[in-house]
Design a protein around this ligand. Structure first.
Ligand SMILES: O=C(O)CCC(=O)C(=O)O
Ligand SMILES: [Fe+2]
Length: 459
């Protein structure tokens, strides 16, 4: 996921721009305003203010505003954040879920100075381009028309989908909340996650992916990843078929993986990451997935089980187009047993999130589970499994190491202003090392780093 942008700072900024007399809006409200304003704090503050003026009240209020930004930062406690760390240095665009207030009570003055410095920066001129309202894409053809994703409904046999839901829900008791450093405090993701390696013919043994699993948890030392359960394996076979059928119909990008599987498949899954969202408040913030092991233009297949939640997509407008058009937010409701394929270019051009929801429909499984639960039981939990192909040419030992001596992460240049795809290797140590990393970054060069084969090598 994108590691260099920081929504917490933006939320603090917006909050500081609101009149001190009113109540402080909920961070989710500020975040929505930031999304609408394309990450511009000034515009976001104006949106909240004009809503206040027109309705006479602040959207959702949690506590009284007590003073200025300094007071607010000093008195705030950590709540939650995105599934990936975002090192400190950013004042640009929105990236995280309903995010948290700033540093903890004992925040060092130097950190506060940094924030205040950000605050004093002149705000960029807002281009007078009409804002686009969010669009709900309620069926597969709308999703395909507007986004680089496809939506597939009822993808698994109904019994398997229920069995996998129970299986993963039980396993989720051991899944973790991701933790990382932000400023001088440790923040925690607002949902639980886990990482699985697929063991097929001994090729993708779990040992190979120990380091990759570790990096799913932001570099924290972990046990070797679990292997796919029987139900995951069964589901994965259906998913691979759908993905390959879909990819055959699509334009391929030059830097996509150009190899094929043992049965000639274009795409297969060798790892999976899972997420569990309990209730409507659990979420993941706007991000794009880290490309470290996926390489450029990955295809990611995301299976939804249980409670239906909205999947939000938002384009990152290239730098040379920001003065002529605005990004649009797309909301896609994802029902039980649906598959969302994030096709090649989605991670480079769009960010995605599962936003918090004030209301959700509970999930009532069609099939009773093997264990003792009645048919009447309902669940407010969503399980997500993202099946991924970790490329052999981006295997852990091939990653450059930064000055801190740890493997770097790969990020796309989402602003791609000169229309040439660029990717950067960046230091990742700050996520775990008391927030302290190094300034290492390097442009990724497929050829000189000996990576491939890519689609352009096979033409
Ligand atoms: O739960 C989802 O559908 C999205 C999860 C996600 O974005 C991720 O695991 O990177
Ligand atoms: Fe993601």
């Amino acid at each position: 996921m994108d590691a260099c942008q920081d929504t917490d700072t933006l939320i603090a900024l917006v909050s500081s721009l609101l009149p001190v007399t009113g109540p402080v809006p909920d961070s989710a409200v500020i975040l929505d305003a930031l999304v609408q304003s394309d990450g511009d704090a000034n515009t976001a503050a104006r949106i909240i203010n004009s809503e206040r003026k027109s309705t006479g009240k602040t959207p959702v209020k949690k506590r009284k505003r007590v003073g200025d930004l300094d007071d607010w930062l000093k008195s705030s406690k950590s709540t939650h954040n995105d599934a990936d760390p975002k090192p400190v240095a950013s004042n640009s665009k929105v990236s995280s879920g309903p995010a948290a207030p700033g540093p903890s009570k004992n925040a060092s003055p130097s950190k506060l100075v940094n924030l205040m410095t950000v605050l004093r920066q002149p705000l960029p001129a807002v281009p007078s381009i009409p804002r686009l309202p969010p669009l709900t894409l309620s069926n597969p053809s709308l999703v395909a028309q507007h986004t680089p994703c496809t939506l597939h409904l009822s993808v698994l046999p109904a019994e398997l989908a229920c069995r996998l839901f129970y299986n993963m829900k039980d396993a989720s008791a051991d899944w973790q909340r991701n933790k990382w450093w932000l400023f001088d405090k440790v923040v925690e993701s607002p949902h639980r996650t886990s990482f699985y390696a697929r063991s097929q013919n001994g090729v993708d043994g779990r040992e190979d992916w120990q380091e990759a699993a570790q990096y799913w948890y932001n570099g924290r030392k972990t046990e070797p990843p679990s292997v796919f359960s029987d139900a995951m394996e069964e589901a994965c076979n259906y998913v691979e078929k759908i993905v390959n059928d879909e990819m055959r119909k699509r334009k391929r990008f030059p830097l996509e993986w150009g190899g094929t599987g043992t049965e000639g498949q274009m795409w297969r899954a060798n790892v999976a990451a899972s997420n569990c969202y309990e209730g409507g408040k659990e979420s993941v913030g706007l991000h794009s997935d880290q490309l470290t092991y996926l390489g450029p233009y990955p295809t990611i297949a995301s299976l939804s089980l249980g409670t239906s939640r909205v999947f939000r997509l938002r384009e990152v407008v290239p730098a040379d187009e920001v003065s002529t058009r605005r990004a649009r937010t797309f909301n896609i409701p994802l029902p039980h047993n649906s598959l969302t394929i994030m096709h090649a270019s989605c991670q480079e051009r769009f960010k995605h999130s599962i936003p918090p929801q004030t209301a959700i429909d509970v999930y009532r499984p069609l099939y009773p589970p093997a264990h003792d639960v009645s048919n009447e039981t309902s669940y407010n939990c969503r399980i997500n499994i993202t099946f991924r192909f970790y490329r052999p040419d981006f295997k852990p030992e091939s990653l450059p190491r930064c000055k801190c001596g740890i493997p770097t992460i790969l990020r796309p240049d989402m602003k791609h202003s000169d229309k040439v795809d660029k990717y950067w290797w960046c230091c990742y140590a700050g996520a775990q090392n008391d927030g302290k990393g190094c300034d290492y970054w390097r442009c990724m060069d497929m050829k000189s780093e000996g990576r491939g084969p890519c689609i352009n090598d096979t033409l």
